[in-house]
Each structure stands twice: as C-alpha cells, then as structure tokens.
Design a protein around this ligand. Structure first.
Ligand code: RUB
Length: 357
C-alpha cells in the first residue's frame, strides 16, 4: 500500500511545481500572493489555517484548492485521531471558503463519503483516498494537456487569462498551461500572450513566472489589449481554465474571461477552455445558476496594500464571470475535446467517467 510520504517523494522527483504537499507532519504550500518576487513556503498544522490561506488567496486556482479539500481532511483526520465529527466539521469549513470553484466541494464530498462509509482504520482509508485524488488530478493534467495540444498548430500564438497553470493545479501545468506545455514539448513553435488579470495580477505574476520556468516564449498584455491584438491577427487560439462548467457548457472563470471570449468570437479566433470532468457540474443547468464570488472592494482600490485610487472611491469586485456556451469552440478534458451541443456531449462524458471507461 502506498503511503502519503511516498507519493510526495515521487511527485518531488518529477518535474513538478507543487502548490501544496505534506512533509514532517505539516502541510506545506507556496504563498502565491508573494510570487514572483519571493518564493515563500508556509507550513501549517491546523485546518482553519488552511481555510484562511484559501480565503485570502495564498493558495488559489480551482485545481489547487480542489486538492486542498483532500489535503485538509487528511490533516483533520490526523489532528483529531480519526474523529468523524471533527472531519465533517473541517469539510464544512473548507467548503465555505470560496464558492465558485466546484472542485473543492467535490473533493470534500469524496472524503466525507469515506468518513460515512464502512471499514476499520478511518485515517488510513482517508490517506488512501487522498492519494487516489492526487494521482488522478495529476494524470488529468497530462491527459487533457495531450488532447488540447492537438488543437494547437505550429506557429500559433495563444492568449490566456488569469493563471491556469501548475501552481493552480497539481504541478505539471494545471489546465490551460498543460495544453500549452504539451504543445511546447511536442516541439511546436508557439507563443503565449498572458493577460495580466487585474486586480490580483495572476497572469503577470504567476503565469509569466511559470512560462519563464518552462522556457515557453511569451508576452505580457494588460487585460484591455486582447481585442486589439485579436483584431490585428496576432492571436490564433484562446485557451483558459475554468472554475466551474454548467451542464449546458456555460463557463465560470476569472473576471475578464467573457470579454476575451466576445473579442475572440468577433475576430473568428477559436476559444477553448481546458478543464477536467471534475470541474463539470451537471447539477447546475446554466451559468446563471453558478454563484459568483464577490471579493472585498479594497482589492480593487489598492495593490499589495498600496492605494491606487483616491480614498473613499467605490469599487466592485466580482471575482469571476460567465462565458456563455455559444462563445466556446470546445471544452478540453482528460477524455477528449467536447463539442457543442454541450448538454449531450457533457452528459456522455460524465457517463464514461462514472463507468470508468
Ligand atoms: C483562478 C481562476 C483560474 C481558474 C481556472 O481564480 O480563475 O483561471 O482557477 O484555472 P482565483 P484552472 O485566482 O481567484 O483562484 O481551471 O486551472 O483552475
């Protein structure tokens, strides 16, 4: 039976940029608020510290916070010596941290399923489930990356938004950057336009950091430049991640994604989301039913605690927006690229996942 420490060791031996890992009985993670200026590693022992780190975006990205659901409940199991009530409570706490990304809810529910199931050693059963989730998430990145890379042609310039990369996922390339990284590894000559992504600047700080690390040529744009660049024929594909995909194919992703999708449609540029079956939420009929997180307006009126607007200025911060399915050329998953009509393609995807085909 594989143990968690062996799994972490095997991950560390691969060329991964791990967002979160377990070592010496502590959960370790990179403080993504400090990147790329400082590579600070935090180490915690309590689930409420993990909840705070997710809430304040020290750990972020739907894939990474998804694995936090498993890591957090494994930690809760250890701390409580396998007390089911304490683990269920920890799950409820984690689920309250950020409402839009569905992976966190799903991994918490998977572990709670173990707590409610039968068997002898609960801590060991949670450890095994955590290992299964982490291995599966990493395998998804390679699989969806390979399927997505087929959509990328020699010489393409690809525009991406926010950060859907290794540190937002399981360490290879998350979702959008797995597609880009695979295409690059296949020897395709590609270029990436990364949009800075106001107000948290995930694109400028973290996507650019990873692209540099992976040796992929790239250019930074401010968010308002994408329409111009597309109108000038500078962009051949748009590839973004997603925090949740509704059963009709509508997509919730970082605020600004919708604006890029509109510009792509107007300029005949194919717009893809790279995601996994885990991010598709068939319980949600359409994008309007996805809860969009609103964050504190001070994150818009200031950057890294420095004011950028007159004191007292009102601001608004919807953290995500909804891109309607008619603007989406394909949904790249670990099982292949889903095409419209999405209600039927996503349903049959889910049935192959459930039957293990
Ligand atoms: C992150 C964000 C990313 C998505 C999709 O939001 O919107 O684009 O997580 O990427 P935040 P992925 O920075 O607020 O967590 O599908 O790879 O998670």
């Amino acid at each position: 039976m594989k143990r968690i420490h062996e799994l972490v060791r095997s991950f560390q031996e691969q060329e991964l940029l791990l967002p979160i890992w377990f070592e010496e009985d502590k959960l370790h993670f990179i403080d993504q608020k400090k990147l790329p200026f400082e590579s600070r590693i935090e180490a915690i022992t309590e689930v409420d510290e993990l909840a705070t780190a997710i809430k304040d975006m020290t750990i972020r990205g739907s894939g990474a916070i998804g694995t936090c659901g498993a890591w957090g409940l494994y930690l809760a199991a250890l701390r409580s010596h396998g007390n089911p009530e304490a683990i269920i409570q920890a799950g409820a706490l984690l689920k309250q941290t950020r409402p839009t990304a569905v992976n966190l809810m799903k991994t918490v529910d998977e572990i709670i399923g173990i707590v409610q199931g039968k068997g002898s050693d609960l801590i060991e059963r949670i450890e095994q489930k955590t290992i299964e989730i982490l291995e599966r998430q990493l395998a998804f990145e390679h699989q969806l990356g390979s399927h997505g890379a087929e959509m990328i042609d020699e010489g393409d310039a690809i525009l991406t938004h926010c950060h859907s990369g290794a540190l937002a996922g399981s360490g290879y390339g998350g979702r959008a950057l797995s597609v880009i990284r695979k295409a690059h590894e296949q020897g395709k000559n590609i270029h990436v336009y990364t949009c800075e992504t106001r107000p948290y600047l995930q694109g400028a700080r973290i996507t650019a950091y990873e692209l540099k690390k992976f040796g992929i040529p790239h250019t930074l744009l401010t968010d308002n430049m994408s329409g111009y660049c597309m109108s000038q024929g500078m962009v051949q594909k748009v590839v973004v991640g997603s925090d949740r995909v509704a059963s009709n194919g509508d997509l919730a992703n970082k605020i600004g994604t919708y604006m890029h999708a509109l510009a792509a449609k107007a300029n005949g540029v194919p717009f893809y989301t790279a995601t996994s079956s885990h991010t598709i939420d068939l319980a949600v009929a359409a994008g309007r039913d996805i809860e969009v997180e609103f964050r504190d307006a001070s994150e818009v009126t200031s950057f890294q605690k420095r004011a950028i607007a007159p004191e007292g200025t009102n601001a608004l911060y919807p953290s995500f927006d909804i891109t309607p399915n008619e603007l989406i050329s394909g949904i790249i998953t670990e099982k292949g690229v889903m095409q419209a009509p999405y209600p039927s393609s996503l349903r049959s995807l889910q049935s192959t996942v459930e039957s293990g085909v």
